[in-house]
Ligand binder design. Structure first.
Ligand SMILES: Cc1cc2nc3c(=O)[nH]c(=O)nc-3n(C[C@H](O)[C@H](O)[C@H](O)COP(=O)(O)O)c2cc1C
Length: 156
């Protein structure tokens, strides 16, 4: 039997709301109907190039802080960029941003770095913007489910 495909979730979750969102992504990705995908959830400071090299798709999550992605996610990219550059081109990825009021600076930054890496975005960025709403949780769950189900179905 083929080995399970690996979905890596690298998400910064410094608050109860963002932890809820990260868990929702993982919950969606771990849906019981998705059989051949192994999901790993890591905080950015615990993740590095070896994790990226071992995965088949990646979901990134971050807060927007001071108009940019979290320092933790940036640090993950700083450590992973060159070790991955030649080896992960075309890696399917998606991302979500939790932003108190904007999110566009973070979106631009993630687009720029992942364009450099030549990763392949497989879903519109999910921007959870403004005052926290319960629907963010549902959207994050759907994001995780979509990526994992697509990976399972061999669509990437
Ligand atoms: C130091 C700091 C800087 C922030 N800067 C931004 C920002 O530039 N843009 C934005 O949309 N939200 C900003 N926020 C809000 C955070 O994105 C938001 O608090 C975070 O995503 C956590 O969400 P929560 O409050 O729902 O837990 C900032 C928050 C802090 C603490």
């Amino acid at each position: 039997m083929d080995r399970k495909k690996k979905l890596l979730i690298v998400s910064h979750a410094p608050s109860p709301n963002t932890l809820t969102l990260r868990n929702a992504v993982a919950q969606g990705a771990g849906h019981e109907d998705i059989e051949n995908v192994e999901v790993t959830v890591l905080a950015p400071l615990d993740a590095g190039p070896d994790d990226v090299l071992a995965c088949d798709a990646i979901i990134l999550g971050t807060t927007e802080n001071l108009g940019y992605m979290s320092g933790a996610l940036k640090d993950f990219f700083d450590r992973s960029y060159y070790p991955c550059l030649e080896k992960t081109q075309g890696l399917p990825f998606a991302y979500y941003i939790r932003a108190g009021h904007d999110g566009t600076g973070t979106q631009r930054a993630i687009e720029s770095i992942t364009t450099g890496l030549r990763w392949k975005v497989v879903q519109e960025p999910l921007l959870c913007r403004g005052e926290y709403r319960d629907e963010f949780e549902e959207q994050c769950c759907e994001l995780g489910m979509y990526v994992a189900a697509s990976l399972d179905a061999g669509l990437f």
